[in-house]
Design a protein around this ligand. Structure first.
Ligand code: MOS
Length: 733
């Protein structure tokens, strides 16, 4: 009886739909004050004066902080070292400089939230204004090669120049993607409280309680044991809550200074300048191939903007490093431009989902140029060896994803000629894309407590950010112990539990889950040891390997013993298993997850409107622990990609240098009415190198390749090749 592989519903589902699940802003804290920030209206310059007198006298106000009276904070090193907790290195309210629109210039702390916000409107600031640097095709010419933070900035394998020259067919194109924002349903919220002993407790809407604890320890120079971070439920992260942002630091420092708990919640508009965003890209790609469509060379480079103080790189060109083989060679490169904006940050799916727009639209252009079917072209260029490092892929079911996805979609009946298919007033088009997504191997700890009533408790400081983490961890522990799933409780999101990594990079199942598996196995092994050699040992004389788990206990042949009985015989209230998953980060093989995406669109040519009609996603994310939560991830990822393809763009005012649309009415995301029935296929197999659970990264994979599949379908429908995302009305008319 295995629960792994079963489509279990969410352990916490009922709590969530009945309002019983406490999100950060729901946590009641007696005596907590509210903080409300005032933001710069200019994007570049300095403050000449700031007048807070009226605000200080406003009802309910306890204190007003500006750079003049804010406690000084030790400068922190630049972010973007691997797994670094900082979102942005520039510390706000420490000097009179203005580097981006929406930068906090004051923090009002009051008894009530409305009182704090109202007092903020009474603050007047005079600025010395300098013209902002914004990102566009002209300014991008000044982009430079940044220092590495994750992968090497440039790559060259084989002889790319010769490979590109050897091809008889060449596609050389530029593609652009837009600035985008995470727009989680749950806005950011933070609450800090210090006790008399100097212990700090933070309630935070975040993707990593331990990352925040480490941040506080470094920034405030206090030992990590003096900090507790709690984050039990999170209403969407998507990368925007992966790192620590300035509002959290403000709440921590101000709460210590005025000796009362302080909470800060961001408004939707504040989230646009306070917690990262996905930077726009200008990408150029050259594909060369022989007459049959076999790639001989690839060159891909990408330019993206960052803030003036951090070297954030969007590694878009990585998409071309390992996706397809090219006989001659592959080269890639990245550049960044300092602009007046807050520091960008990873957003589902960072790097890959942006880069695939170039790689996979260019592949479609190549398919038409050589006259080869786009699915066949990808099968032809599939590779079992990673071109980037020459290592074999641990598992790569790209071929299965392409063929099974094509079959489910009915690709074989597609007329390849653009503008060949109509349905009434609509032009119909079908497009495909392949995708690859990075798999990370990170350490994670967990504890599994087997209790005298025969139930178990899983404890780990990982995060549930909406993906079903409570549920899948319950399944892993239940199977390892031979317990029904409803006998397993799960506690997450608290630094008092064993240390885990942040819920980023689609790592939770494979890494944090492996920690749970090891902990559950350790608890089971202790139970087996008791059964063999404990008091009144039922299996005395047998060997451990012959003992199996059964429903609620252990079995040796036909003999069984319940865990509750075993613990009672030994006068034990609990057995505690510790799990410490500690893989070497670099595996001997190349580990990625893969997918093939098939989109059908209808285009109303007179109105320039695109609608998705059908979508099939076929995924290789290794073994699937819970097909229901995995399918839910895929549906979320596809919808996310529909936004990238058709709707999402954050425009910057070129003169003011600020994001123009800071809410759901100006910044469009897909709604239910935009989304048809979505089909999801799992085509992967158990991958032991990816994880002891056999799983590979899934959540972000599903957002990769969706946009190019849709854009390719738009071309097939209309004959118009759009190379600038999103595909909005004016580009089609
Ligand atoms: Mo994801 S953008 O690594 O939270």
């Amino acid at each position: 009886m295995s629960s792994v592989g079963q489509p279990l519903t969410r352990l916490e589902g009922r709590l969530k739909v009945t309002g019983g699940a406490q999100y950060t802003a729901d946590v009641p804290l007696a005596g907590a004050l509210h903080g409300s920030m005032v933001h710069s209206t200019i994007a570049n310059g300095r403050m000449i004066s700031i007048d807070t007198k009226a605000a200080e006298r406003a009802p309910g106000v306890v204190a007003v902080f500006t750079y003049r009276n804010m406690p000084r904070i030790k400068p922190i090193q630049k972010p973007w070292v691997h797994l670094h907790p900082y979102g942005q290195s520039y510390l706000v309210l420490q000097d009179d400089q203005i580097h981006y629109a929406g930068q906090p210039v004051a923090l009002v702390v009051a008894e009530g939230l409305d009182q704090a916000a109202y007092a903020g409107t009474m603050i007047t600031v005079h600025y010395e204004v300098k013209p902002p640097v914004v990102f566009n095709a002209e300014t991008a010419r000044g982009a430079f090669e940044p220092p590495q933070f994750l992968w090497p900035v440039n790559s060259s394998v084989g002889n790319p120049a010769k490979g590109l020259a050897d091809g008889t067919v060449r596609i050389e194109r530029a593609y652009t993607t837009a600035d985008r924002h995470h727009n989680q349903m749950e806005p950011h919220a933070t609450m800090s409280t210090w006790d008399a002993t100097g212990h700090l407790t933070i309630f935070e809407a975040c993707q990593g309680v331990f990352a925040l604890r480490d941040f506080v320890s470094i920034a405030l120079e206090i030992p990590p044991e003096k900090v507790t971070v709690i984050s039990r439920y999170v209403g969407g992260g998507f990368g925007g809550k992966a790192y620590v942002w300035p509002h959290t630091l403000l709440a921590i420092v101000v709460a210590r200074f005025i000796r009362r708990p302080v909470r800060i919640q961001l408004t939707r508009a504040q989230m646009y300048s306070m917690a990262g965003h996905q930077p726009a890209t200008i990408q150029t790609i050259t594909l060369a191939a022989d007459q049959a469509g076999k790639l001989t060379g690839i060159h891909h480079d990408s330019i993206s903007p960052t803030s003036v103080f951090d070297d954030y790189i969007e590694y878009a060109a990585n998409a071309s490093r390992s996706l397809w083989g090219a006989s001659g060679g592959i080269s890639t490169g990245h550049k960044i431009l300092y602009t007046n904006r807050n520091t960008p940050t990873p957003m589902r799916a960072p790097h890959e989902a942006i880069g695939h727009v170039a790689t996979e639209i260019a592949m479609d252009e190549l398919a038409y140029a050589v006259g080869v079917d786009p699915v066949a072209l990808r099968l032809l260029n599939d590779t079992l060896v990673d071109p980037y490092n020459g290592r074999p892929f641990s598992t790569r079911a790209m071929r299965r994803c392409l063929t099974e996805g094509a079959q489910r979609f009915g690709w074989n009946v597609r007329n390849p000629v653009p503008r060949s298919t109509r349905d009434g007033r609509y032009l119909i088009g079908q497009g495909v894309a392949g995708a690859i997504y990075t798999h990370w191997r990170w350490p994670s700890k967990a504890r599994v407590v087997l209790r005298s009533d025969g139930s178990a408790l899983v404890e780990s400081g990982m995060q549930e950010i909406g993906c079903g983490t409570y549920t899948v961890m319950r399944q892993v522990a239940a199977d390892a112990l031979g317990l029904p799933t409803d006998k397993v409780d799960v506690h997450l999101g608290d630094t008092r539990l064993p240390a885990s990594h942040s819920a980023i990079g689609s790592t939770t199942m494979s890494n944090a889950g492996a920690g749970v598996l090891l902990a559950a196995n350790a608890a089971r092994d202790q139970a087996i040891a008791l059964a063999l050699t404990g008091h009144d040992a039922p299996f005395a004389g047998a060997t451990a390997k012959d003992v199996l788990t059964v429903n609620g206990g252990l079995a040796l042949g036909h003999q069984t013993i319940a865990y509750s009985d075993l613990l009672a015989r030994n006068r034990l209230s609990v057995l505690i298993g510790d799990g410490n998953y500690d893989p070497v980060e670099e595996a001997p093989t190349s580990i990625f997850s893969f997918s093939a995406l098939f989109a059908e669109v209808q285009v109303d040519e007179e109105l320039g409107l695109v609608r998705l009609r059908r979508f099939v996603g076929a995924y290789d994310a290794g073994r699937i622990v819970n097909p229901r939560t995995a399918r839910s991830q895929a549906i979320g990822g596809i919808i996310w990609g529909v936004g990238q393809a058709l709707l999402e763009q954050s425009e910057t005012d070129p003169a003011m240098g600020r994001f123009l649309h800071r809410n759901y009415s100006g910044y469009l995301v897909p709604t239910n009415a935009d989304i048809p029935e979505l089909e999801v296929i799992f085509a992967g197999e158990f991958d032991p190198e990816a994880s002891p659970l056999g799983t590979k990264g899934m959540g972000e994979l599903t957002a990769v390749g969706v946009a190019p599949a849709i854009v390719n379908a738009v071309y097939h429908a209309t004959g118009k090749r759009i190379r600038d995302l999103p595909v909005t009305v004016e580009k089609l008319l």
